[in-house]
Design a protein around this ligand. Structure first.
Ligand code: OAD
Length: 255
């Protein structure tokens, strides 16, 4: 961060652009849940809680060892069952109340904490830890957060289940992704919260928001540090989102 970085001045600029906005889109990543106790992904050792990404987050890894993958996701499900939304999530829920139908939140997170905090228009572009998909009958179901065992079977047809999560090498759910692109393309302001913005296509919502309107949306980045999205951001709120987002709402006069 440059020595002359002034969070107060950035908060004032962010609040000003939001004041005039009628359509607000938000892209969130793991950082927004960090203060709730959900680990982020890009640790320096390149592992996810001790596992190689190829082993637990690719269709090839699942084909090789489905029980390992289920143990990993059951562990994540158990962890998420214990955590609560933090003030950053709560601030985003209040922001949705302010903009109502003009508000869309696209999240790369699979923890469901935005919905627990009260957000309604949530697009889960990478799926959800709560849902399973049957490899035989394709039924997708919300199974809550209880562990499901090492090789869970479909209650309808007896086929093998997999987590309804988007893994590397897989496409995003088309309807959800189209809605996210539409929201980014139409918004006046895009808030980019707690994401390293290196995973595509999710990160492409940022250039979509910048390009598709005649003037381009104002992009506000909220992160602990600068990221690969920072060059495209008009405003930077650097610090924990559980602190900066409530401050932003305070500036906007939202309690
Ligand atoms: P990353 O782990 O790549 O990045 C987390 C970001 O959050 C980093 O830029 C941190 O600086 C920032 N951060 C950490 N704590 C924060 C805090 N308290 N407040 C604000 N920012 C904070 O996570 P994502 O960008 O979400 O995909 O990763 C994107 C995708 O990569 C994930 O959805 C997942 C993974 O592969 C799939 O599983 C398909």
């Amino acid at each position: 961060m440059p020595n002359d970085y002034d969070l107060d001045a950035e908060l004032a600029r962010a609040a000003e652009s939001l004041k005039w906005a009628t359509k607000v889109a938000v892209l969130t990543g793991a950082g927004v849940s960090a203060e709730s106790g959900v680990p982020t992904f890009r640790a320096s050792d390149g592992l996810w809680e001790g596992h190689r990404i190829e082993d637990v987050a690719t269709p090839m890894g699942f084909d090789r060892d489905p029980a390992l993958v289920w143990r990993f996701y059951n562990g994540r499900r158990e962890n998420v069952a214990k955590v609560r939304p933090n003030p950053g999530h709560v601030a985003l829920a209040k922001l949705e109340e302010r903009y109502a139908d003009g508000f869309t939140l696209a999240t790369q997170n699979v923890d469901g904490l935005h919905q627990t905090a009260g957000n309604k228009n949530v697009l889960e572009v990478h799926g959800s830890l709560r849902r399973t998909r049957c490899l035989n009958c394709e039924v997708v179901e919300d199974r809550g957060l209880e562990p499901l065992g090492d090789r869970p079977l479909c209650p309808h047809c007896g086929g093998f289940l997999r987590p309804a999560i988007v893994w590397f090498h897989e496409a995003l759910p088309e309807d959800v992704w189209m809605s996210a692109m539409e929201a980014a393309g139409e918004c006046d302001v895009l808030l980019v919260v707690g994401t390293s913005a290196v995973v595509y296509p999710a990160a492409s919502l940022i250039p979509i928001a910048k390009r598709t309107k005649s003037l381009g949306a104002t992009v506000i980045e909220c992160n602990l540090t600068r990221t690969s999205a920072s060059e495209q951001a008009d405003v930077g709120l650097y610090g924990p989102s559980g602190v900066t987002l409530p401050k932003l709402l305070e500036r906007m006069g939202i309690n």
